[in-house]
Write a protein that binds this ligand. Structure first.
Ligand code: FAD
Ligand code: FES
Length: 259
């Protein structure tokens, strides 16, 4: 893990309330794996302000990208970053997704949770299906990334403004039934709100597939020291313990998580 200054290369809008920030980070970017995140010190906030965690949306040739939604003070301050500005970045943090998969990969994304899955899609050894869900059409992000990589795409919006109407589990259930009907196997990877993660995890367990869930917890230190981000987990022997999402995760297999 490194703690370095990154230079802003580009900073573009990606639809209502979302932006993509591209940073020159050298070795930190080259070491990054899908599912890991960076902890950013946001310029413009007081020096004592906490860093903010963001999944790695892409990393190549020393350049790292994040896709973020403006939700509060820190992300609003990030909006003002311009090419040439400097940002202090800690990372890559966390375990990331396993990149070998037993069956057809099914990626399930909610809102900005699509960011680490778009990175993962380019690193998995085989193509599969991505399920992208959101409240409305503006929350359906990164479609082009998956199209470029030749993935099948299923979209669901709660207000029916794009794709199927309803939750992302509607097309997911249909595709899981299709895979099991022919005796196939899938491996599930998900990032998004807790309700969606829990639903995906339950389906992975029901079908006997692996389900890798990236948890989104409020973080303080980001290095395993403060215990702000603990999650109750279950070991294979049934014993329960408190894992730190920042360093023991953020990715956990569905059977490990005690909701
Ligand atoms: C491992 C990890 C990866 C993440 N990846 C991304 C990403 O790729 N893109 C992205 O846009 N965001 C991501 N987040 C969430 C992001 O860190 C928060 O949105 C950000 O810290 C909010 O900062 P703020 O100062 O703008 O908001 P604040 O002013 O701190 O809070 C504004 C609102 O956002 C809520 N909020 C704050 N932190 C979180 C959080 N972690 N999860 C859910 N709600 C939160 C608060 O409860 C409040 O309602 C990730 C979080 C984690 C833990
Ligand atoms: S944020 Fe401090 S232990 Fe995870």
């Amino acid at each position: 893990m490194r703690d370095v200054d990154g230079k802003v290369l580009t900073h573009c809008g990606a639809g209502a309330g979302y932006r993509v920030l591209e940073l020159e980070l050298g070795e930190l970017a080259d070491e990054a794996r899908p599912g890991q995140f960076v902890h950013l010190r946001v310029p413009g906030l007081e020096p004592s302000a906490l860093r903010r965690p963001f999944s790695i949306y892409g990393a190549k040739d020393g350049v790292l990208r994040i896709l973020y939604k403006t939700v509060g003070r820190g992300t609003a301050a990030m909006n003002r970053l311009a090419p040439g500005d400097t940002v202090r970045v800690l990372g890559p943090v966390g375990n990331g997704f396993p990149c070998e998969c037993a069956g057809t990969p099914f990626l399930v994304a909610g809102g900005y949770g699509v960011a680490p899955l778009a990175f993962l899609a380019g690193r998995l050894p085989r193509k599969g299906v991505v399920f992208i869900g959101g409240r409305t059409a503006a929350d359906i992000l990164a479609r082009d990334d998956f199209e470029r990589l030749g993935w099948e795409i299923r979209i669901a919006t709660q207000d029916g403004s794009l794709g199927e109407s309803g939750l992302v589990t509607v097309p997911l259930d249909r595709e899981l039934a299709a895979v099991t009907a022919v005796g196939g196997t899938a491996e599930l990877y998900a990032c998004g709100p807790d309700g969606m993660l829990r639903a995906v995890g339950e389906r992975a367990i029901k079908h006997g597939f692996k389900g890798w869930l990236s948890l989104d917890k409020h973080m303080v230190c980001g290095v395993g020291a403060c215990l702000a981000c603990v999650q109750k987990l279950r070991r294979a022997d049934g014993e329960e313990w408190l894992g730190r999402v920042c360093v023991d995760g953020p990715v956990f297999e569905s059977r490990e998580i005690v909701w």
